[in-house]
Design a protein around this ligand. Sequence first.
Ligand code: NDP
Length: 399
Amino acid sequence: MSKVIIIGAGGVGGVVTHKCAQLPEVFSEIILASRNEDKCKAIAAQLDRPIRTAQVDADNVPELTALLEKEKPDLVINVALPYQDLHIMDACLAAGVDYLDTANYEPLDTAKFEYSWQWAYREKFENAGLMALLGSGFDPGATNVFTAYLAKHYFDEIHELDIIDVNGGDHGYPFATNFNPEINIREVTAECRHWENGEFVTTPAMSKKASFTCPEEVGNYNIYRMYHEELESLVVNFPTLKRAQFWMSFGESYLKHLEVLGNVGMTGIDPIDYNGQQIVPIQFLKALLPDPSTLGPRTKGKTCIGCVVKGVKDGKQKIVYLYQIKDHQDCYAEVQSQAISYTTGVPAMIGAKMMLEGKWKKPGVWNIEQFDPDPFMEDMNKYGLPWEVIELDDFNLDG
Ligand code: NDP
């Protein structure tokens, strides 16, 4: 029996709230808090059981600390934006509450996300006897756990990792992002970094493309190599990795729009002066684009996200692919959301469940692959994200 406060009432926050509400035996009390309480109330109204809502600005540490001290939850599930991570961690430390998130900290004024800022909180959490679980979404999140699961059960040593994120969904808009547009565009336009022989190698954004055929007739997609935050922790926690890459599928229309928007300066993060008013172009663009939480009813097709690992078992080379396929419309039928928010929100609920049930419980700041993957993988099958493992004879994205 535990009490959680979920912060952030966006696409992911809606799914986490639905999924936690489905498990009253674990999440006996739920409070959904966000900057705009009306959004929390709209999500609460979709549920079969009552939850409470609250208004909070998570960037205001004293305000958030006061809420946590008043409510005394067992855990804060942070599904606001990466900019809030450190503020929410500070409030958790001040109020003595465990912490979980799905995306690593990114300063508002620099499009650079990395774990260093949050890893610097290790000692503080350890000394306070509190736990912070970082990156419990899908990627990062499930993909880290997939890697740990393959390393544990299929290999003696893992050497190469390709994380492949395909979204075969179509929402019918010429350009829209499946999660927060500002975060999505900052991520996609960043330079690519991948791990090669003991160091990160930098290449221009979207400069490496490959073709990938998903299993189970999801289809064939163009995928592009890009930097993604789980690479940073995975190469530390699996030091035998010689190469680690992340790939994501993008449609022609998305890439064409992104190129034009970039060329005209609409994806910029530095404020410009417009008629005496300071405007950040990417924030203005976000205001024009469809809200990702409204894409649910119109998105059709499937996501297919997984990890291909090459390594050695009993002296023999092996290639294993672990993947999860999810249908956008099935997600909508269950929790009124598309699959991108769903595939993020379910692992956030499962990570929280692991902590509250004491299966994963250790003071300090941890990346998700540092815990036993087995109970998490079991729950993925139980709570809407069933997965498959297949051995491959050959695998090559080098073209
Ligand atoms: P949304 O923009 O849809 O939702 C974010 C929510 O946070 C909004 O309700 C917003 O409020 C709220 N919020 C923003 N700032 C504050 C603040 N200062 N105080 C309180 N609430 C605040 O984003 P998503 O739901 O798509 O994404 C949520 C998180 O999940 C992001 O960090 C994203 O990076 C991460 N993510 C992780 C993935 C993974 O696989 N690991 C995949 C997809 C997303 P308001 O409504 O007022 O704007």
